[in-house]
Design a protein around this ligand. Structure first.
Ligand SMILES: [Fe+2]
Ligand SMILES: [Fe+2]
Length: 139
Protein backbone atom coordinates (compact mmCIF):
# COMPACT_ATOMS: atom_id res chain seq x y z
CA UNK A 1 0.00 0.00 0.00
CA UNK A 2 1.21 3.49 -0.69
CA UNK A 3 -0.05 7.05 -0.47
CA UNK A 4 -2.88 7.65 -2.89
CA UNK A 5 -3.92 4.01 -3.42
CA UNK A 6 -7.32 4.73 -1.95
CA UNK A 7 -8.18 7.15 -4.79
CA UNK A 8 -7.07 4.61 -7.40
CA UNK A 9 -9.33 1.99 -5.82
CA UNK A 10 -12.29 4.38 -5.75
CA UNK A 11 -11.63 5.56 -9.31
CA UNK A 12 -11.52 1.94 -10.51
CA UNK A 13 -14.91 1.41 -8.89
CA UNK A 14 -16.20 4.53 -10.69
CA UNK A 15 -14.88 3.24 -14.01
CA UNK A 16 -16.39 -0.17 -13.40
CA UNK A 17 -19.86 1.10 -12.74
CA UNK A 18 -19.67 3.60 -15.62
CA UNK A 19 -18.87 0.68 -17.94
CA UNK A 20 -21.89 -1.28 -16.65
CA UNK A 21 -24.14 1.75 -17.23
CA UNK A 22 -22.78 2.20 -20.75
CA UNK A 23 -23.42 -1.45 -21.56
CA UNK A 24 -26.96 -1.31 -20.17
CA UNK A 25 -27.88 1.86 -22.05
CA UNK A 26 -26.26 0.82 -25.32
CA UNK A 27 -27.81 -2.65 -25.42
CA UNK A 28 -31.11 -1.85 -23.72
CA UNK A 29 -30.58 -5.02 -21.73
CA UNK A 30 -31.51 -4.56 -18.08
CA UNK A 31 -29.81 -7.69 -16.73
CA UNK A 32 -26.82 -5.81 -15.27
CA UNK A 33 -29.00 -3.60 -13.09
CA UNK A 34 -28.67 -5.72 -9.90
CA UNK A 35 -24.88 -5.57 -10.28
CA UNK A 36 -24.94 -1.78 -10.84
CA UNK A 37 -27.19 -1.37 -7.83
CA UNK A 38 -25.00 -3.46 -5.56
CA UNK A 39 -21.76 -1.83 -6.66
CA UNK A 40 -23.14 1.68 -6.29
CA UNK A 41 -24.70 0.98 -2.91
CA UNK A 42 -21.54 -0.46 -1.40
CA UNK A 43 -19.37 2.28 -2.95
CA UNK A 44 -21.58 5.14 -1.79
CA UNK A 45 -22.07 3.69 1.68
CA UNK A 46 -18.31 3.29 2.05
CA UNK A 47 -17.66 6.88 0.99
CA UNK A 48 -20.34 8.16 3.32
CA UNK A 49 -19.06 6.11 6.25
CA UNK A 50 -15.31 6.50 5.89
CA UNK A 51 -14.24 9.24 3.47
CA UNK A 52 -16.82 11.99 3.79
CA UNK A 53 -16.70 12.34 7.60
CA UNK A 54 -13.00 13.29 7.86
CA UNK A 55 -13.37 15.63 4.88
CA UNK A 56 -16.41 17.34 6.30
CA UNK A 57 -14.09 19.30 8.57
CA UNK A 58 -12.03 20.47 5.61
CA UNK A 59 -14.76 21.51 3.18
CA UNK A 60 -18.29 21.29 4.49
CA UNK A 61 -19.87 22.74 1.32
CA UNK A 62 -18.17 20.23 -0.95
CA UNK A 63 -19.28 17.29 1.20
CA UNK A 64 -22.80 18.68 1.36
CA UNK A 65 -22.98 18.68 -2.46
CA UNK A 66 -21.59 15.17 -2.64
CA UNK A 67 -24.05 13.88 -0.06
CA UNK A 68 -26.91 15.53 -1.89
CA UNK A 69 -25.91 13.80 -5.12
CA UNK A 70 -25.71 10.47 -3.27
CA UNK A 71 -29.19 11.07 -1.92
CA UNK A 72 -30.53 11.62 -5.46
CA UNK A 73 -28.77 8.44 -6.55
CA UNK A 74 -30.15 6.38 -3.61
CA UNK A 75 -33.66 7.57 -4.50
CA UNK A 76 -33.23 6.78 -8.18
CA UNK A 77 -31.92 3.29 -7.35
CA UNK A 78 -34.92 2.66 -5.16
CA UNK A 79 -37.27 3.73 -7.94
CA UNK A 80 -35.44 1.66 -10.57
CA UNK A 81 -35.51 -1.39 -8.33
CA UNK A 82 -39.25 -1.10 -7.78
CA UNK A 83 -40.33 -0.09 -11.26
CA UNK A 84 -38.62 -2.59 -13.51
CA UNK A 85 -41.68 -2.99 -15.73
CA UNK A 86 -42.23 0.76 -16.04
CA UNK A 87 -41.95 2.05 -19.63
CA UNK A 88 -39.85 5.00 -18.40
CA UNK A 89 -37.38 2.68 -16.69
CA UNK A 90 -34.57 3.15 -19.22
CA UNK A 91 -35.10 6.93 -19.25
CA UNK A 92 -34.61 6.93 -15.49
CA UNK A 93 -31.58 4.73 -15.88
CA UNK A 94 -30.11 7.34 -18.25
CA UNK A 95 -30.85 10.08 -15.73
CA UNK A 96 -29.05 8.11 -13.04
CA UNK A 97 -26.15 7.56 -15.43
CA UNK A 98 -25.86 11.32 -16.07
CA UNK A 99 -26.02 12.02 -12.36
CA UNK A 100 -23.32 9.46 -11.60
CA UNK A 101 -21.03 10.74 -14.36
CA UNK A 102 -21.29 14.28 -12.98
CA UNK A 103 -20.87 13.09 -9.40
CA UNK A 104 -17.80 10.93 -9.93
CA UNK A 105 -16.19 13.74 -11.91
CA UNK A 106 -16.73 16.06 -8.97
CA UNK A 107 -15.18 13.53 -6.64
CA UNK A 108 -12.20 12.86 -8.87
CA UNK A 109 -11.50 16.56 -9.52
CA UNK A 110 -12.34 18.10 -6.14
CA UNK A 111 -12.71 15.58 -3.35
CA UNK A 112 -9.87 13.17 -4.07
CA UNK A 113 -7.15 15.82 -4.56
CA UNK A 114 -8.29 17.63 -1.43
CA UNK A 115 -8.43 14.41 0.57
CA UNK A 116 -5.00 13.47 -0.71
CA UNK A 117 -3.62 16.76 0.66
CA UNK A 118 -5.41 16.32 3.96
CA UNK A 119 -5.14 12.65 4.91
CA UNK A 120 -1.95 10.95 5.99
CA UNK A 121 -0.86 7.68 4.42
CA UNK A 122 -1.88 5.89 7.63
CA UNK A 123 -5.34 7.48 7.57
CA UNK A 124 -5.77 6.45 3.92
CA UNK A 125 -4.71 2.89 4.73
CA UNK A 126 -7.17 2.70 7.60
CA UNK A 127 -9.94 3.81 5.26
CA UNK A 128 -8.94 1.17 2.69
CA UNK A 129 -9.10 -1.53 5.38
CA UNK A 130 -12.52 -0.42 6.58
CA UNK A 131 -13.85 -0.26 3.03
CA UNK A 132 -12.46 -3.67 2.11
CA UNK A 133 -14.01 -5.21 5.21
CA UNK A 134 -17.35 -3.76 4.29
CA UNK A 135 -17.04 -4.99 0.70
CA UNK A 136 -16.18 -8.51 1.80
CA UNK A 137 -19.32 -8.72 3.91
CA UNK A 138 -21.64 -7.14 1.33
CA UNK A 139 -20.44 -8.34 -2.07
FE1 LIG B 1 -19.73 9.32 -4.32
FE1 LIG C 1 -17.22 7.75 -5.56
Amino acid sequence: MSKGDIYKILKDEHDNVKELFKETIETGNTSKFPEIKKQLEVHMANEESFLYPPMEFVDEEMIKKNKYEHELAWNKLLYLDNAQSDKDWMENMKELNNLIIKHVEREEKELFPKASETLSEEAEEDIIKLMEEEKSTRM
